[in-house]
Design a protein around this ligand. Structure first.
Ligand SMILES: C[S@@+](CC[C@H](N)C(=O)[O-])C[C@H]1O[C@@H](n2cnc3c(N)ncnc32)[C@H](O)[C@@H]1O
Length: 214
């Protein structure tokens, strides 16, 4: 079994003692390792957890992990999970790039979902776009299991979407399977998608196969 999650925390009593121990769920059982569930999937920037929660309910045999930078969003997801008694989902608060680079083992995730990432529309902010961050797609590719694995993408921002597609086309291991024509994955609309659809915005959804060789 690939164990992927350990908690790093300070001792309550002894100030210089730190613990680095396997993470346990609220029943005291180790959080499932990636090899113990049929599908282990990851959502990048899971927001308030609309997709994550519905996915976990729809696929109780699988496990979904959301990585979310914003504390308020991460907490609001956890509240939903607690209220619904969902046990096959988890949120880690932090920056997805460093989480993948520093913590996530290679060859460990079945699919990755990235929906409505912040578009950073102003020119001086564009360096913050995740898809364009140096080494981001390489990390995505590395953590996906060997073989053909899918990366699901959606955006309402025409220009960022076009740049993302261009980046996928240039990436040596990527093949775009559905370009701007994909439907909500497993029929699940994300929180932002619902809002944008009400506003009448156009949504661009694509599926990219990332072929990872063993
Ligand atoms: C526009 S929201 C979309 C939320 C959700 N995916 C949806 O479709 O409803 C983008 C989310 O990505 C998160 N985010 C942005 N950069 C991130 C990063 N580097 N690591 C983790 N989360 C990030 C933001 O905090 C925000 O909640």
């Amino acid at each position: 079994m690939i164990e992927f999650l350990r908690r790093f925390y300070k001792d309550d009593e002894f100030p210089f003692l730190w613990h680095y121990m396997p993470a346990l769920d609220d029943l005291g059982k180790p959080i499932p390792g990636v090899a113990t569930v049929p599908q282990f999937v990851l959502e990048v920037g899971s927001g308030k957890g609309g997709f994550l929660t519905e996915y976990a309910q729809k696929f109780p045999q699988n496990y979904i992990l959301g990585i979310e930078w914003d504390l308020f969003c991460a907490r609001s997801t956890i509240k939903k999970l607690q209220k619904l008694g969902i046990k096959n989902a988890m949120v880690i608060r932090g920056d997805i790039f460093y989480f993948l680079r520093d913590l996530m083992p290679s060859n460990s995730i079945d699919e990755i979902h990235m929906y409505f990432p912040d578009p950073w529309p102003k020119r001086r902010q564009q360096k913050n776009r995740l898809i364009l961050r140096d080494g981001f797609l390489e990390q995505i590719c590395r953590v996906l299991k060997f073989g053909k694995r899918n990366f699901y993408w959606a955006s309402d921002h025409e220009e960022y979407n076009a740049i993302a597609l261009q980046t996928f086309r240039k990436f040596p291991h990527a093949k775009i399977l559905e370009e701007n024509t994909a439907q909500p994955t497993y029929g699940i609309e994300t929180g932002f998608e619902k809002k944008y659809k009400k506003e009448g915005r156009k949504i661009y959804r694509s599926v990219v196969e990332l072929r990872v060789e063993s």
